[in-house]
Write a protein of this length. Structure first.
Length: 316
């Protein structure tokens, strides 16, 4: 049954198609042309117009969902541009919704690290620690601004305790009962986020995020976090990163049977790009193998910067 491609396809167990992919995109305020991201070849900080064009091109290849990250010109201690109705992220959401309509899904990253001048995912107390409960109040504001702009889903990524419950309540109270939540339920304090922090301009000015993101050795805790987000009203739960945590994805899917996403993060993307550029591996084969492994582990959706290329390869 392995002798020909047709025989192999006949009994193939795991499907990988463009519809399984979610394309993350960056939009930057105050720029007149897209800015290439050095550590993520092929990715850019977009203008509103180049964002629209990029999304249309990716959509034409069969990808139906996009995760949007905004990079504002002005940052402050609260990250108030995150809930500004005329902020860069909200403008981008409206443009993508107008362009793509209901045939595609616009998901808004819901966090504060891109918007705070200190680079952390929440408000800080007098001692410089993240204030969980004060942060939840800001997350509620962000959710309402993103929903009003047209986001069909919001993606809380700050790993604050109770964030899903707070956001679900805010959306319901605000008349946005139909807006879904893709919860970053098990987001680990990973070394694979470096290129993203260049792209989103969100590296912490001091310290790190180990106080609120998950400790990498803890798989049982990850399952508890995922189950808690499901109980609080998440519609999809996510494990991030993907490749170092395939075991967590598998355990979570087996345990919950809930819609599961996994984020093939910037460092994973950059490694393959670097190796391919050096001629050390075949990029197409390696990318599709990696994405298939994430699907095989149990992810229904894969957020990946390879989305445009992978969709192209899968359709050819």
């Amino acid at each position: 049954m392995r002798r020909t491609s047709a025989l192999r396809a006949l009994i193939r167990e795991t499907e990988l198609a463009p519809r399984h992919l979610v394309a993350p995109l960056f939009v930057k305020e105050g720029v007149s042309e897209p800015i290439p991201i050095a550590s993520m070849p092929g990715q850019s900080q977009h203008t509103l117009e180049s964002l629209r064009k990029e999304a249309v091109e990716i959509a034409s290849k069969g990808v139906i969902a996009f995760m949007l990250f905004g990079v504002p010109e002005r940052k402050d201690a609260e990250g108030s541009e995150a809930w500004n109705p005329d902020g860069i992220a909200q403008k981008a959401i409206r443009i993508l919704r107008d362009e793509l309509g209901d045939d595609h899904v616009v998901i808004a990253d819901l966090c504060l690290d891109e918007y705070t001048d200190h680079g952390h995912c929440g408000l800080l107390d007098e001692e410089g620690h993240v204030d969980n409960d004060a942060t939840l109040e800001r997350y509620r504001r962000i959710a309402l601004a993103q929903a009003a702009a047209g986001a069909q889903m919001v993606g809380p990524s700050g790993m604050m305790d109770g964030q899903v419950e707070a956001i679900r309540d805010a959306l319901d109270q605000g008349g946005f009962e139909r807006v879904g939540i893709m919860a970053y339920a098990a987001k680990f304090a990973s070394s694979f986020y470096g290129p993203f922090r260049e792209a989103a301009e969100c590296a912490p000015r001091f310290g790190d995020r180990t106080g609120y993101q998950m400790d990498p050795p803890n798989a049982d805790e990850a399952i508890r976090e995922i189950e808690a987000d499901i109980e609080q009203g998440a519609d999809v739960v996510m494990v991030k990163p993907a490749l170092p945590y395939l075991d967590v994805i598998r355990r979570a899917k087996d345990r919950t049977r809930f819609p599961m996403a996994a984020y093939n993060v910037s460092g994973e993307y950059a490694m393959l790009k670097a190796a391919a550029r050096n001629g050390w591996l075949d990029e197409r084969k390696a990318v599709l193998e990696v994405l298939t492994s994430i699907r095989r582990a149990g992810a229904d959706l894969v957020l990946t910067y390879h989305a445009k290329d992978a969709a192209d390869w899968l359709s050819s």
